[in-house]
Design a protein. Structure first.
Length: 353
């Protein structure tokens, strides 16, 4: 057989379409874990498992004695001592929050396997196109970093506070969304390669839009970490909850005593205010991106408009509802879809270069 008929380790073709489909599937799992992370946060489940056991932790407690041991470990942390204990938490209550944190960690393990095992197979079979191995290894490293940041976040609430650090929560979410963006961009590059097209490059405009969206996501994570969604007031179709905050357009409860920089990153009123109105600045940028995409890839334009439109409505409805669990989770889920859609649009615009 002719040696050239075999695919070399750095073959320019490899099997790009199969790799693209695999990365899109992993991206779907990342979107799912972002949604489950939202449930974990809103149900105050994140601190229910007080140890990180990468292998044995995949199994939940299997006996009554195991459940009691886990519950006793949870009883030693501030969240139970100061909040849930005085509220009369039962073992059944604990099992509920344990379930969501366990599902979150199990899904993280599944994503790790869904990425690492096929990567190893494609690598051994020499199906990875030239130039993509470093990028795939970088995505694998991001997945590992996400796990480390997740435990770093949880550890912040195990000894000194009843909740995790809002900065560490923001880091955890942003690393997940960065991984999602990398998966989508790389999959689109591989799909383009399968069609014989060159890789896309990030344009200055697209980089600006993604940076603006990142700011919005960062403040959204701070809102979640500080429970800042609750400071707006509540009531369906109540203007005191949106567009006002407790009857005033600009919130009156901001604590400026430590300076504006501190308030910008720690005050729930100011952070909520920035998150709700910076959103409209981001929407303006996304509308411009959508108009640029109309002639080149109308489907991407529709995806971006649909995502940000839905996201705005969900954000307002979440506030009006007094932070309904499923509306808030949907808001976080669509936020991840908006990231994917925006990356798609940026990739399309980058094909012109």
């Amino acid at each position: 057989m002719n040696r050239s008929s075999h695919t070399s380790p750095d073959a320019p073709s490899g099997n790009p379409l199969a790799l693209a489909r695999w990365l899109f599937a992993v991206a779907v799992l990342v979107v799912c874990i972002v949604a489950v992370g939202g449930i974990t946060r809103l149900t105050e489940s994140g601190l229910s498992i007080t140890e990180w056991k990468p292998v044995t932790g995949a199994l939940p407690p299997l006996s009554g004695a195991d459940w009691l041991a886990e519950f006793e470990a949870y009883k030693r942390i501030p969240q139970y001592v100061e909040v849930n204990g005085p509220a009369g938490m039962t073992l059944a209550d604990y099992k509920f929050i344990y379930f969501w944190e366990w599902v979150h960690r199990l899904l993280a393990r599944l994503i790790g396997l869904a990425f690492a095992l096929p990567l190893a197979w494609f690598w051994v079979k020499r199906r990875i196109p030239a130039g993509y191995k470093p990028r795939l290894l970088a995505l694998l490293a991001l997945g590992g970093l996400q796990g480390a940041v997740g435990w770093w976040m949880v550890s912040s609430g195990l000894s000194h506070d009843v909740k995790v650090s809002h900065f560490r929560l923001a880091a955890h979410l942003l690393v997940a969304l960065l991984t999602l963006a990398g998966l989508v961009w790389t999959a689109l590059d591989l799909r383009a390669l399968a069609r014989g097209e060159p890789r896309a490059r990030m344009t200055g405009f697209s980089a600006l839009v993604l940076a603006m969206l990142t700011v919005q996501l960062f403040f959204g994570a701070l809102v979640a970490g500080l429970r800042a969604g609750y400071v707006a007031g509540a009531g369906w179709f109540s203007w005191d909850a949106w567009p006002d905050m407790q009857g005033s357009f600009f919130p009156e409860g901001i604590d400026w005593s430590s300076g504006p920089a501190f308030a910008l990153l720690h005050d729930p009123y100011l952070i909520h205010f920035i998150h709700r109105w910076w959103a409209w600045v981001v929407v303006g940028a996304l509308v411009v991106m959508g108009r640029k995409l109309r002639d080149q890839q109308r489907t991407a334009s529709i995806a971006i408009h649909s995502a940000f439109g839905t996201q705005l409505l969900l954000g307002i409805a979440t506030v009006w509802s007094g932070i309904s669990l499923w509306l808030a989770v949907s808001h976080q889920l669509v936020g991840a879809l908006l990231v994917a859609a925006t990356v798609w649009g940026a990739h399309v615009l980058g094909r012109r270069l």
